[in-house]
Design a protein around this ligand. Structure first.
Ligand SMILES: NC(=O)c1ccc[n+]([C@@H]2O[C@H](COP(=O)([O-])OP(=O)(O)OC[C@H]3O[C@@H](n4cnc5c(N)ncnc54)[C@H](O)[C@@H]3O)[C@@H](O)[C@H]2O)c1
Length: 339
């Protein structure tokens, strides 16, 4: 029975949405560990009154060990990671923290497991570990072919999770999610960037011709999917968390601009989407397409998406329009921190 949940990366986009969701259930003790990188929301923990927060980097094994040993969680959910592909291309070295951090966390959990403590480890991974697929869909057990330093660091972390399950019997489960969007997503990511560039009347750069295809999931749907798994037996299984919303980046951006035009009167309604975009040199090693088959998850946990793409994009745009102060704070944070 899960009573105590340790969340890592709870000041990030998905982590804080997850804490928000589980803390409302009022049945869990929750601890959040986050190192507050420049991609984090440095104030997120302040809004969770009953969640203990520790500013700590997962690579600091001594400190993490102390926190975990004291809290004795039944479930560890590892959201923490440097997560920006472009940053990983500019400075791959810092992304090794994803691997070392996951290894530290696994080792600490294993020590508790050996003491017969009831502890499970959930690794939050990404469709990007599978590389790019032209046709068809990635499955739960598709081979790993990461193409960016970011996805390679996630893949390495996932391999360690698998090894800790196979070698030492640590109860683990891994989820591969497609692209998330929604409230509190960092301004550097495609959807917030599109909204912000539009509002600021700035042209947004889009890689290549914007033809890369992704599946897009509303963050609360991903969170419900993860939550639907936490009480299952952790036997080292992996689950793809995909969505019906597969589209090219350029089509997604055009859609958001259409929705924004309907909501705001600050810009000429007749202006073409091309006025908001500039096509820039493609990212090296840029994956053309990710697509996940998530039938297994549906069958196993009876989870299904709640929101259509239009509903969730509208909710997301409204959130960014209503949260200008949060946007300003994030912009300041971006100026001050590299990672
Ligand atoms: N956003 C997506 O579309 C998406 C899709 C699939 C999988 N994922 C995975 O989900 C997880 C969360 O993604 P996100 O979009 O919320 O990322 P994010 O960058 O918004 O948040 C990550 C958080 O982890 C923290 N962190 C990073 N390294 C740390 C370390 N060594 N020690 C402690 N804290 C650390 C950061 O400060 C940040 O608050 C990541 O593991 C990512 O790989 C994200």
């Amino acid at each position: 029975m899960i009573k105590k949940i340790l969340v890592t990366g709870g000041n990030g986009f998905i982590g804080q949405n997850f804490i928000n969701f589980i803390s409302k259930k009022k049945k869990y003790k929750i601890v959040n560990i986050d190192s507050l990188t420049g991609s984090s929301d440095r104030n997120a923990h302040k809004k969770f009154k009953n969640v203990r927060f520790f500013k700590a980097n997962l690579i600091d094994k001594l400190k993490i060990n102390k926190i975990v040993r004291k809290f004795k969680p039944n479930l560890v959910i590892n959201f923490a990671a440097h997560s920006h592909v472009d940053k990983s291309i500019k400075n791959s070295e810092v992304f090794l923290e994803n691997i070392v951090g996951t290894h530290n966390l696994l080792s600490i959990c294993l020590e508790l497991h050996k003491l017969n403590k009831d502890i499970k480890f959930l690794q939050v991974s990404t469709d990007e570990v599978f590389g790019s697929i032209k046709l068809g869909k990635f499955q739960n057990n598709s081979p790993y072919k990461p193409n960016s330093p970011y996805s390679a660091s996630k893949a390495s972390s996932d391999h360690l999770v698998r090894a800790f399950n196979k070698t030492y019997g640590l109860p683990t489960l891994t989820t591969y999610s497609c692209n998330n969007f929604g409230p509190y997503q960092h301004l550097e990511k495609l959807i917030p960037l599109t909204i912000l560039s539009y509002l600021k009347k700035e042209k947004m750069g889009i890689y290549g011709k914007g033809l890369q295809k992704r599946q897009w999931i509303y963050v609360s749907d991903n969170i419900r999917a993860i939550y639907s798994l936490i009480n299952k037996k952790f036997t080292g299984r992996n689950f793809c968390i995909g969505s019906k919303n597969e589209m090219s980046n350029i089509d997604l951006v055009k859609k958001i601009i259409r929705l924004l035009k309907k909501k705001t009167s600050i810009l000429e309604k007749k202006i073409n989407y091309k006025n908001y975009l500039k096509f820039v040199k493609d990212r090296p090693g840029h994956d053309y397409r990710y697509s996940l088959d998530y039938k297994d998850l549906r069958k196993y946990s009876r989870w299904s998406e709640k929101f259509t793409l239009d509903e969730s994009l509208n909710l997301t745009i409204d959130w960014y329009l209503d949260n200008q102060k949060w946007i300003r704070d994030q912009e300041k944070s971006l100026e001050n921190f590299k990672y």
